[in-house]
Design a protein around this ligand. Structure first.
Ligand SMILES: Cc1cc2nc3c(=O)[nH]c(=O)nc-3n(C[C@H](O)[C@H](O)[C@H](O)COP(=O)(O)OP(=O)(O)OC[C@H]3O[C@@H](n4cnc5c(N)ncnc54)[C@H](O)[C@@H]3O)c2cc1C
Length: 385
């Protein structure tokens, strides 16, 4: 059935309605822009993710006024992070910032829905089941709109000052606008994850061993997301036959008691598999177009930073287009201040080619990147007279 768009022309058309697209649409609409968001999915199911939000993402949710909905949706606060390097354990406390009394790891069916609702409440027009087909350009080559496919197969041309691709890692918008690839990653990891019940909330727990890593992440409704990773080469050996058993074997190096218990009770949801994919940093701004989230910048999940980057992108592009309407170059410049460093750290962690001292140094660098990202979000302190 054809869904009628309210207008033929918008300030912004956003392709993709998950954490990058919905957040961008919400901020643009709050800035008074006429926003159209479309997503090809109709039901907006869960998506591949182990949910961990880092400090900048939680601060943004707080600044956007959405944290109460994440908490009310049953997502517990994470008040510490444990790093296990072989037998060594380091615990870092999570300090409260603003109304954020910890970190959070909401399920995507909650997080993405909260963002979409907020976008619609702010005045954005959202259509699901509608796919991006191609760009419309003017004689100078500037993108001026998009051809969209309705659920009944009919195509419709819609015009805008800015087309934003928030359509994920395999972005068709990026292909359509010819976004240049600036960097690709040398390494990738492979991951399986599921959900377990009955684990006490001891914060984020990250475990690193020889050629493997694992984690327990407290998520929505009292469950923990349990993940395990290895190199793509070792994926079949660990997870090819019985993925849950493989995951339990890896985790048992650090949590033998929990594993004995979990092994008996089993997982509460099916095992999800991600065999790994190369990371990319793409050109993320051009005449009449921009890319946010994984569409412009995809990293291995080894640093659990994709959603955080999606939010940072949303925040930066909304501010850049506010300052220079129709021109997203400032957005690209700001994104590229920290992105290449974090990208390189992520690729090195994903390689599993490290000893524990090297890994600790990589984590320290990652922490400094996140500190810089976070400080940029905080209001400037008044200068004492
Ligand atoms: C195994 C795994 C674990 C992860 N764990 C974490 C973690 O713990 N923490 C973290 O921060 N990040 C994590 N990530 C990364 C995180 O999931 C992504 O960075 C994030 O989902 C990117 O959001 P996005 O909105 O850019 O894209 P997506 O979530 O991919 O959404 C893109 C949307 O675009 C839509 N779309 C695509 N093409 C079209 C089209 N042609 N027309 C219309 N719509 C279209 C899709 O339907 C989709 O809804 C993980 C990733 C993986 C693979």
């Amino acid at each position: 059935m054809t869904q009628a768009f309210k207008h033929n022309r918008y300030d912004v058309i956003i392709i993709g309605a998950r954490c990058a697209g919905a957040a961008t649409g919400m901020l643009m609409a709050r800035n008074g822009a006429r926003v159209l968001i479309v997503d090809r999915e109709t039901k907006m199911h869960d998506t591949l993710s182990t949910h961990a939000l880092m400090r900048p993402a939680v601060t943004l949710l707080d600044q956007w006024g959405l944290l109460p909905r994440i908490k009310a949706g049953g997502t517990p606060a994470v008040r510490s992070t444990q790093f296990h390097y072989g037998a060594e354990e380091i615990v870092v406390d999570v300090k409260p910032v603003g109304a954020a009394d910890g970190l959070y790891a909401p399920r995507r069916w909650l997080l993405d829905a909260v963002l979409r609702d907020a976008a619609v409440t702010a005045g954005a027009e959202l259509h699901t089941g509608v796919s991006f087909v191609s760009t419309i350009t003017d004689q100078s080559g500037r993108v001026v709109g998009a051809i969209l496919r309705q659920p009944d197969g009919t195509h419709q041309s819609v015009y805008a000052d800015m087309l934003i691709g928030a359509d994920g890692r395999r972005s068709i918008v990026a292909q359509s606008v010819g976004a240049r690839t600036i960097q690709t990653s040398a390494h990738r990891s492979a991951t399986v994850y599921t959900y377990v019940d009955g684990v006490p909330n001891q914060g984020y727990r990250w475990y690193f061993g020889a050629g493997t890593s694992s984690g327990l992440i407290p998520t929505t409704n009292g469950a923990h997301c349990l993940f395990t990773s290895c190199t793509p080469k070792a994926f079949h050996r660990w997870f090819g036959h019985d993925a849950f058993k493989g995951a339990m074997t890896i985790l048992s190096a650090w949590e033998p008691d929990s594993v004995a218990d979990l092994g008996q009770r089993g997982a509460i949801e099916k095992m999800r598999r991600f065999a790994g994919a190369p990371g990319h940093i793409r050109q993320c701004a051009g005449p009449g177009w921009a890319l946010v989230g994984d569409a412009g910048y995809f990293k291995d999940p080894a640093t659990a930073h994709g959603i955080t980057d999606a939010f940072l992108d949303a925040n930066r592009i909304a501010q850049a287009l506010w300052a220079t309407p129709g021109d997203a170059r400032l957005y690209q410049a700001e994104r590229d201040c920290i992105a290449p460093v974090l990208f390189d750290v992520t690729s090195k962690i994903a390689s599993f080619d490290w000893d524990y001292d090297t890994l600790k140094a990589l984590h320290m660098k990652l922490s400094l990147c996140m500190k810089a990202e976070h400080e940029a979000l905080l209001p400037e302190l008044p200068i004492a007279a």
